[in-house]
Design a protein around this ligand. Structure first.
Ligand code: NAD
Ligand code: ZN
Length: 342
């Protein structure tokens, strides 16, 4: 089969011919339809320090996809050939305390599809059947290909009550833009999103945000004054991984506010702890998606009118993968989809 392989420990990714994966008795084999490129794939492409210490080479990468089941292992129940599925990319151990308690998203031994084991940028991908999620027919292929990051956005945004609340999202990357759409859909009052990238802020505006703020040229405090927000934000969703953005969020939160942290900040990030302590803020770290509550919630929201189409900016045939990686690396993109049937 054709696959996008991280073949060498250097910048780039290569289309190669490799064997179709073997299907274990608890696995399913999926013929991949569409995939989406994640920021993680760009780290792998660029071969940064994280990628160099994490990714075994050679290996097929990619973890955002939708496809159809073509083979099921002998022990698999509840799935059949022909089912249209995506899959949870965190493969959990099944024997730790949290797995045993049904809190698989808190598994301490999780490994990642396309990070620690072969991924989905290929004609076929094999995953444990318990990781599959059947995708309703009414959800388009493009959106179904990006349920993984939409799940990150959903898990983060639904961590706290948003109804009637003023929500600050720092970082208008694909996940921040998705979270903005969810906050709007769920009935937040003001949804304010920040970035330093005008292309992405324009995409966020299509989600019906109250304000999309370029913090390089406009102050958040002045935007809050315009919106008559006297007391500060009730909910913060940190989706930039940028320490300046996080510090500004802490400063602009109301007392008793809630913050969910998805963005991955540098190890040595310092903050004003007084903001957390004296305001009585609650902080929650987010990793991945709840299995499978997040998947149910996001597909239900999509079926009841949540529109994620503005975040999809580029579609390419899989053979044109280089164009997809190039546009992602410019920052002038939302989600980039690769079609494996084109
Ligand atoms: P992304 O890198 O595409 O988006 C981050 C955005 O933050 C960019 O648009 C960037 O311009 C913006 N930014 C930079 N400086 C800023 C500042 N000072 N203020 C506001 N915005 C600023 O990333 P993404 O794919 O949308 O993911 C969002 C974050 O979540 C990333 O940090 C990513 O590593 C992380 N992530 C975490 C998990 C998890 O499970 N915890 C999963 C996926 C992604
Ligand atoms: Zn576990």
């Amino acid at each position: 089969m054709k696959a996008l392989v991280k073949a060498k420990a250097e910048v780039g990714i290569w289309m190669e011919e490799i064997p179709v994966p073997e299907v274990g008795h608890n696995d399913i084999l999926i013929k991949v339809g569409k995939t989406a490129i994640c920021g993680t794939d760009i780290h792998i492409y660029n071969w940064d320090a994280w990628a160099a210490k994490t990714i075994p080479v050679p290996m097929v990468v990619g973890h955002e996809f939708v496809g159809r089941i073509v083979e099921v292992g002998s022990e698999v129940r509840g799935l059949k050939v022909g089912d249209r599925v995506s899959a949870e990319g965190h493969i959990t151990c099944g024997h730790c305390r949290n797995c045993k308690a049904g809190k698989r998203h808190l598994c301490r031994n999780a490994i990642g599809v396309g990070v620690n084991r072969p991924g989905c940028f290929a004609e076929y991908v094999c995953v444990p059947a318990v990781n599959a999620f059947k995708v309703p027919d009414t959800i388009s292929g493009d959106v179904a290909a990006m349920l993984d990051p939409l799940g990150n956005a959903t898990h983060t945004a639904l961590s706290f009550d948003l109804v009637g609340e003023d929500v600050l999202i720092t970082g208008a990357g694909p996940i921040g833009i998705m979270a903005a759409g969810i906050a709007r859909f769920c009935g937040a009052r003001h949804v304010v999103i920040t970035d330093v990238n005008d292309y992405r802020l324009d995409l966020a505006r299509k989600m019906g945000v109250s304000r999309a703020v370029n913090v390089g040229s406009e102050s958040l405090a002045s935007v809050m004054a315009d919106l008559h927000m006297a007391e500060g934000f009730d909910v913060g969703l940190e989706m930039s991984g940028n320490p300046h953005a996080f510090r500004e969020m802490l400063a602009q939160m109301n007392h008793g506010g809630h913050i969910a942290l998805l963005g991955i900040m540098p190890d040595d990030t310092a903050i004003d702890w007084g903001q957390v302590v004296f305001k009585g803020l609650k902080l929650k770290g987010i990793y991945g998606r709840e299995m499978f509550e997040t998947w149910y919630k996001m597909t239900a929201m999509l079926q009841s009118g949540l529109d994620m189409s503005p975040v999809i900016t580029h579609n390419f045939a899989a053979e044109d993968f280089q164009k997809g990686f190039d546009v992602m690396r410019t920052g002038k993109s939302g989600k980039v989809i690769l079609d494996w049937n084109a």
